[in-house]
Design a protein around this ligand. Structure first.
Ligand SMILES: *Cc1c(COP(=O)(O)O)cnc(C)c1O
Length: 341
C-alpha cells in the first residue's frame, strides 16, 4: 500500500480529512450494520438533540506503525468500555464493545495510507463519537443516534524533545462531585474553553483544576491526568470520582509497578503536598506524558527539581518504557496491542 505524500515529521495537531470514516445509526431501538463511507458530511435536523442539549460523548486513541512494520492501536477495548460508561451516564444507547473494536479496525484499515511510518513520531488519531440526531425540544434523551469514527493524521507531539511546561492553578472548576467529570462528554470541554483561553492569555500551557467541593485536592487538567513522583521514587496519582480515568495513566501505573518495580499509590493528593514532590507529569493519549516544570498558584511558584529543560528521571523512564511497549520495542502485557494489519 502506498502511503500518502505527507510531511509526517512536520504535521501539527489539526484536522486533515482522510479518505474514509465509519458510520452507524441507531433507530427504533437498534444499531444498523454500520458502513465505511467517503462522505464526511453530517446532515441533521435543526432541532437535533446534540445541537439543543449537547447529548454527545467521544473517545480518542491512536493507530501507528510499530518497529516491525505492523499497524496497531493501543488498548481499544478500554476506549470501548469508557465510551459505554459515557453513553450510560448521558442516557445514550451503548455501541457494543466488540463492534466498537471492529469499527476501529475497519476505519484504520481503510485509511492505512494515512498511518504514519515507524520512526516519524506521527500517528493516525482516531476519534469515535456519538450524538443524539433526531429532533428534541422538550428536555429528554433523543430516540435516534449516530456513532461515527473519524481519523486524522497528527504530528509528533514534541518536536525536538519534550520541554517541561508551566501550568496554573485554575480559579474555575472542571467537574462537580457526582457530576460528569468521569465521562468523556463534549459538555465537559465546552465549559472548559473559557478557562483554557484565559490560561493561555496569561502565558500558561494548562490549568490544574482542584476539587470543586473543597478546592484543596488536585484533580486533573482539561484533558490529561496528573502523575507525581515522590522524593523517594514512589509514583502517585490523584484518586477522585470526578477525574476522567485516563487509559495512559492506568497503563503508566502498571508499567511503574510491573516493569520498573516502583511503588505506586492512587490516593487523594492535597495541593499543599505538591511542593514536596520531585516530579510532575500530565498523561493522555496525545503526548503520553508531558513533563510539568512549574506550577503557579496565584503568584506563588512551585518549581520541580528537574527544571525547565528536561523531564525528571523517573518520568523519563516511564515515558520510554510505555512508548517502547507501544512501538513494539519492549514486550507488551497480554492484550495491550491490537494488531490491525
Ligand atoms: C481523554 C482525557 C484524558 C486522557 O485519557 P487517555 O485515555 O489517556 O487519552 C484525561 N483527562 C480528560 C479530562 C480527558 O478527557
Amino acid at each position: 500500500m502506498e502511503k500518502k505524500n505527507i510531511d509526517w515529521a512536520n504535521l501539527g495537531f489539526g484536522y486533515i480529512k482522510t479518505d474514509y470514516r465509519y458510520v452507524s445509526n441507531f433507530k427504533e431501538g437498534a444499531w444498523d450494520a454500520g458502513v465505511i463511507t467517503e462522505d464526511d458530511k453530517v446532515v441533521l435536523s435543526e432541532c437535533a438533540g446534540v445541537l439543543q442539549y449537547a447529548q454527545t460523548c467521544f473517545e480518542g486513541l491512536k493507530a501507528y506503525t510499530t518497529e516491525d512494520g505492523k499497524i496497531v492501536c493501543f488498548r481499544p477495548d478500554l476506549n470501548a468500555e469508557r465510551m459505554e460508561d459515557s453513553a450510560k451516564r448521558l442516557e445514550m444507547p451503548v455501541f457494543p464493545k466488540e463492534r466498537f473494536i471492529d469499527a476501529v479496525v475497519q476505519v484504520v484499515k481503510a485509511n492505512a495510507a494515512f498511518v504514519p511510518p515507524y520512526g516519524s513520531g506521527a500517528t493516525l488519531y482516531i476519534r469515535p463519537y456519538m450524538f443524539g440526531s433526531n429532533p428534541v425540544i422538550g428536555v429528554k434523551p433523543a430516540d435516534e443516534y449516530q456513532f461515527r469514527i473519524l481519523t486524522t493524521p497528527v504530528g509528533p507531539y514534541f518536536k525536538g524533545g519534550a520541554k517541561p511546561i508551566t501550568i496554573k492553578v485554575s480559579d474555575f472548576d472542571r467537574a462537580a462531585p457526582h457530576g460528569t467529570g468521569h465521562i468523556k462528554a463534549g459538555l465537559n470541554y465546552a465549559m472548559s474553553l473559557h478557562a483554557i483561553v484565559t490560561a493561555h492569555e496569561e502565558g500558561f500551557a494548562e490549568n490544574m483544576y482542584l476539587d470543586a467541593a473543597t478546592r484543596t485536592k488536585v484533580e486533573e487538567t482539561g484533558g490529561a491526568n496528573f502523575i507525581f513522583v515522590t522524593k523517594d521514587n514512589k509514583v502517585v496519582t490523584p484518586k477522585s470520582s470526578s477525574i476522567l480515568p485516563s487509559i495512559t495513566r492506568r497503563s503508566l501505573l502498571y508499567v511503574a509497578k510491573e516493569y520498573l518495580g516502583l511503588e505506586v499509590e492512587e490516593r487523594e493528593v492535597f495541593f499543599d503536598e505538591v511542593k514536596d514532590f520531585a516530579e510532575c507529569g500530565l498523561c493522555g493519549t496525545a503526548a503520553v506524558v508531558s513533563p510539568v516544570g512549574k506550577i503557579v498558584d496565584h503568584g506563588k511558584e512551585i518549581c520541580f527539581p528537574a527544571g525547565m529543560e528536561k523531564m525528571g528521571p523517573t518520568t523519563q523512564k516511564l515515558y520510554d518504557t510505555l512508548t517502547g511497549i507501544q512501538m513494539g520495542r519492549i514486550e507488551a502485557p497480554e492484550g495491550w496491542i491490537k494488531v490491525i494489519e
